[in-house]
Design a protein around this ligand. Structure first.
Ligand code: SAH
Ligand code: SF4
Length: 354
């Protein structure tokens, strides 16, 4: 049996979309109208204990039986809970049922919060500058394990009396588009309006450039933002940073992104991690502009965060500003991101799941 086979069937309540839940109730002889009460308890009240919820008897019986059997209420165990010194970033190391661990981050901004969740335990893409890539791949996460991270963040915010999540970004550990089905199911659950109700326009899927996944998102017209982690504007430079990008040459990748923006009418977000002497020269900014010509793209420049396995350093402030100026002059909206959560290794690319 493959190590994944055990996880390929829905095995927690959080793996079920709302229509799935209605189906399960129906199949057990419970009228599907009861699904709404259970969904509210799960995702509005973020229930952890059933005793506190007044369900009508048929639903109560189903929940008691289901949660003891096929559909337990899966709570990851919190191994560590670290807050950055400025109090704006909080990182959890969560242990899943089989012992694998993943990291989940809450980023606080004035009046709103963003959850940054993992989609795989580890990552197979091997980006040299990313701690997750340096550690390798363990397994895909089930939809329920992705949803459980979002719920964990929601509960943590509530416990502090803070407003619930507004944004959700799939920028934790793993490559979301290599775990497409679980990711899309999890997003359907997180955006369901009677539940967690995160607006689809406040959800971002970040990919290192899995061409079939990008085309599939376009074809299925998924209502989420797409962020492409580009980092290099020539194939040879890109392969040096992202060895597995050999599979899809830039020409093919950018064509897929163009198709995505045309088909969906949505803007493409492009991430560029700035590394001194590698990809921070003004000429390289010019190459980005050529590559993305005619595409509605917003470019986010991300200072390189330190990781144990990579010796590179982030671009200087002057180099970053020069780089940004070239892109803006070429007509691309461009943001230079602030570092955050570095003191607790919760920054982009610092998640190791240990
Ligand atoms: N696998 C996906 C999503 C997770 S990585 C992807 O790569 O897009 C989230 C973001 O962190 C990516 O944009 C990635 O390029 C960036 N990143 C990785 N390592 C980094 C580092 N050391 N410093 C800054 N950003 C990093
Ligand atoms: Fe994987 Fe993204 Fe890290 Fe690359 S940057 S190793 S794709 S998580």
């Amino acid at each position: 049996m493959s190590p994944l086979a055990e996880f390929s069937t829905p095995t927690s309540l959080y793996d079920l979309t709302f229509p799935d839940l209605e189906q399960e109730l129906l199949a057990s002889g419970v009228r599907p109208v009861h699904a709404r009460a259970l969904w509210r308890a799960l995702y509005r009240k973020t229930a952890t204990r059933w005793e506190e919820h007044a369900f009508l008897p048929p639903l109560r019986r189903w929940v008691d039986e289901a949660t003891r059997g096929r559909f337990p209420l899966e709570q990851p165990e919190v191994v560590t809970d670290l807050e950055s010194s400025d109090g704006q970033t909080r990182k959890f190391l969560l242990r899943l049922r089989d012992g694998e661990t993943v990291e989940t981050v809450i980023m606080g901004y004035p009046g709103r919060s963003t959850a940054c969740v993992s989609t795989q335990a580890g990552c197979a893409m091997g980006c040299t500058f990313c701690a997750t890539g340096q550690a390798g791949f363990a397994r895909h996460l089930r939809a329920g394990e992705i949803v459980a991270q979002v719920l964990h963040c929601q509960r943590a915010l509530k416990a502090k009396g803070l407003p619930g999540l507004r944004n959700l970004v799939l920028m934790g550990m793993g490559e979301p588009l290599l775990n497409y089905d679980s990711v899309m199911t999890a997003l359907e659950i997180a955006t369901e309006r009677g539940g967690l109700n995160i607006a689809p326009s406040h959800v971002s899927v970040s990919t290192v450039g899995i061409v079939p996944g990008i085309l599939r998102m376009a074809q299925e017209n998924r209502p989420y933002n797409l962020a492409l982690s580009l980092h290099a504007a020539t194939d040879s430079e890109r392969i040096a940073l992202i060895p597995s990008s050999r599979r899809w040459p830039l020409k093919e990748l950018i064509a897929a992104c163009r198709t995505y923006t045309i088909t969906t009418g949505r803007r493409l977000f492009v991430g560029w991690t700035l590394i001194a002497g590698k990809n921070d020269a003004p000429e390289q900014a010019g190459q980005i502009a050529e590559l993305l010509a005619g595409i509605d793209a917003h470019i986010n420049l991300i200072p390189l965060n330190p990781t144990d396995g990579y010796a590179g350093e982030t671009a200087s402030e002057e180099a970053a500003q020069r780089f940004k100026a070239v892109l803006q002059a070429a007509g691309f909206p461009c943001t230079l991101r602030q570092r955050r959560g570095i003191d607790v290794a919760a920054g982009c690319g610092q998640l190791r799941g240990r």
